[in-house]
Design a protein around this ligand. Structure first.
Ligand code: FAD
Length: 307
């Protein structure tokens, strides 16, 4: 059995593993894809002390840091069930899709999240070539250019306000006939001179040339007419989905499916901690996930010495 079993090998899981292993306790990491979302990222320019790197390089660095501490890395392993300890201080089980069961005194859940896609032609093709999902990450790449934001909920409207200060022009497209964001955000957005808001817009295609995005097509749902916006970037903001389906009914989740954690990363299940994009902690960023992973590992260690 492990002392600390980390489920998920993104920045949160990697940091948790390093912090746990540095306490000299038996540490394992099971991850479906080591590195996590970072693998799909091109430029990373906001991880403090690293001026600029790219996703695959960062993912490799995470893995080599973890392996340097002799952590048992089980890559390409998907967890599909968590079984809490049956007695106080007993072992927690994690069942893998391959049929194996892992046992541990403590578990750190760091299964991250995934951005919901629009699923239209061109989205895959122009991902990282104009199609983006994270305004805090990629906004500065579009300085002085034209962009669109798809989605008029809080994250879409926040993204549009944020981007309006960086880019030349922002078009916000909402599928429904109303923006769904908080009134104060909508009011702020409407006050900006370089923002156009289009409601009842159903995005139908992302187009490009020479490997770069150059526009999007949409249907005006009111009139049924096909329309087009010429631009250099699109931010898709129709939801970030936590990878927590497998925990439903076992660990307490928010209405958005995020694992509810306290300030120490403790979940509703004794001995089970969580960190990163899968949790209720706001602002989904690498540096935040890594910091929370470290915190969860220290909390797990604290739990072990008290039980
Ligand atoms: P993730 O990185 O999502 O890792 C989750 C891990 O859990 C993965 O190893 C996954 O395979 C594994 N997993 C999931 N389900 C299971 C399961 N059931 N069993 C086992 N393993 C499982 N942030 C920045 O700070 N700067 C940037 O420039 C930046 N750019 C980004 C660009 C893109 C395109 C994207 C998508 C995100 C970007 N982000 C950026 C956000 C950043 O990548 C995330 O905040 C960060 O990766 C979250 O780390 P995490 O460890 O919580 O989760």
């Amino acid at each position: 059995a492990y002392d600390v079993l980390v489920v998920g090998g993104g920045p949160a899981g990697a940091a948790a593993a390093v912090y746990a292993a540095r306490k000299g306790i038996r540490t394992g990491v099971a991850a479906e894809r080591f590195g996590g979302q970072v693998n799909d990222t091109l430029a990373i320019e906001n991880y403090i002390s690293v001026l600029s790197t790219d996703g695959p390089k960062f993912a490799m660095a995470l893995e080599s840091h973890v392996k340097d501490y002799g952590v048992d890395v089980m890559n390409l392993q998907r967890a599909d069930k968590l079984v809490p300890a049956t007695t106080p201080g007993g072992l927690i089980e994690v069942q893998l899709a391959n049929g194996a069961t892992l046992k541990s005194k403590t578990v750190i859940l760091s299964t991250g999240a995934r951005w919901r896609n629009v699923n239209v032609p061109g989205e895959e093709e122009y991902k990282n070539k104009g199609v983006a999902y994270c305004p805090h990450c990629d906004g500065p790449l579009f300085k002085g250019k034209r962009v669109a934001v798809i989605g008029g909920g809080n994250s879409g409207v926040e993204a549009a306000i944020d981007l309006a200060g960086l880019v030349a022009h922002v078009t916000l497209l909402e599928f429904g006939d109303q923006l769904r964001a908080d009134a104060v955000l909508v009011k702020k957005l409407e006050s900006l001179s370089n923002v156009t808001i289009i409601k009842q817009a159903q995005t139908t295609e992302f187009t490009g040339a020479n490997g770069k995005l150059n526009g999007l097509n949409y249907t005006d749902r009111a009139s049924g007419e096909a329309r087009r916006v010429e631009l250099e970037g699109v931010f898709v903001q129709i939801g970030l989905v936590p990878n927590t389906e497998w925990l439903r009914g076992v660990v307490e989740l928010s209405k958005h499916g995020e694992i509810i954690v306290d300030a120490k990363g403790q979940t509703s299940v004794p001995g089970v901690f969580a960190a990163g994009d899968a949790t209720t902690v706001p602002y989904k960023q690498i540096i935040i996930a890594a910091g929370d992973g470290a915190k969860a590992a220290l909390s797990a260690f604290d739990h072990i010495i008290r039980n």
